[in-house]
Design a protein around this ligand. Structure first.
Ligand SMILES: [Zn+2]
Length: 237
């Protein structure tokens, strides 16, 4: 699904772009591809069982899976990061926050395999990023924004391209038309951190928010964050 001239959504079971036998609309997260000159950057990679579907979708849009250089991972949950070990075998460089890297390298309950009755296959992350750090690839700057709470490693990635400010936000904000939270059952879920992250996120402004599941927010995405902050302040104190 083409979003901008150089931005595509190529995976996501809630959007029907990928599917598994479990018929769970949340078992495969949104996967985005950004063209950065000759290389392709992936944001999250799905659960692993859908990687071939993602590649088929990419080819439909004229995007070669061989051109994927890097995958930025928002957090270690199976539906977002289960394919990381497969990409690594193909020579793709994996980038994530240190807390996400630690979970993916352990492959433990922080990766939520149990939630899907799956075994998370661990792998090494090639490069860790800290809050505010900028990675430059193919003429594009990708800025990490650490937003812990849904998991302690949750990280959004901000990019400016085609005159628009984008943010790949993972599961920080939910999928409904108004502000709602990411799932709160993670073993490293933390309300206080989540509140602080929502406050921090609400002070930032973007043109397009690309979440981990469901609809892309083209219209005032900050309002969704503010609504979510409001709900969190009411419910979590
Ligand atoms: Zn998640």
């Amino acid at each position: 699904m083409q979003i901008l001239h150089h931005l595509f959504q190529v995976g996501g079971s809630l959007s029907g772009l990928t599917h598994t036998n479990q018929r769970d609309p949340f078992d495969d997260a949104n996967v985005y591809v950004l063209q950065a000159e000759e290389q392709l950057l992936l944001f999250d990679c799905g659960n692993g069982e859908t990687l071939e579907q993602i590649f088929t979708n990419m080819k439909y849009w004229g995007l070669s899976p061989e051109a994927i250089s890097t995958c930025f991972i928002t957090h270690p949950h199976w539906d977002h990061a289960g394919a990381a070990h497969l990409l690594q075998k193909r020579g793709v460089r994996l980038i994530a926050h240190a807390k996400t890297a630690d979970a993916i390298q352990a492959g433990d309950e922080r990766c939520c395999g149990f939630l899907y009755h799956k075994q998370f296959i661990p792998c090494e992350i090639d490069e860790t990023v800290e809050d505010g750090q900028i990675i430059s690839l193919g003429g594009i700057d990708i800025k990490a924004i650490h937003l812990p709470g849904h998991t302690m490693g949750c990280t959004a990635f901000a990019v400016e391209t085609e005159g628009k400010r984008l943010v790949f936000s993972g599961d920080v904000i939910g999928t409904l038309g108004y502000g709602d939270f990411g799932w709160d059952g993670s073993i490293d879920f933390d309300k206080q951190s989540y509140l602080e992250s929502l406050l921090k996120f609400s002070r930032m402004d973007f043109d397009i928010m690309l979440p981990g599941h469901g609809l892309i927010y083209f219209d005032h995405p900050r309002r969704r964050v503010e609504e979510c902050l409001n709900q969190a302040l009411i419910q979590w104190r």
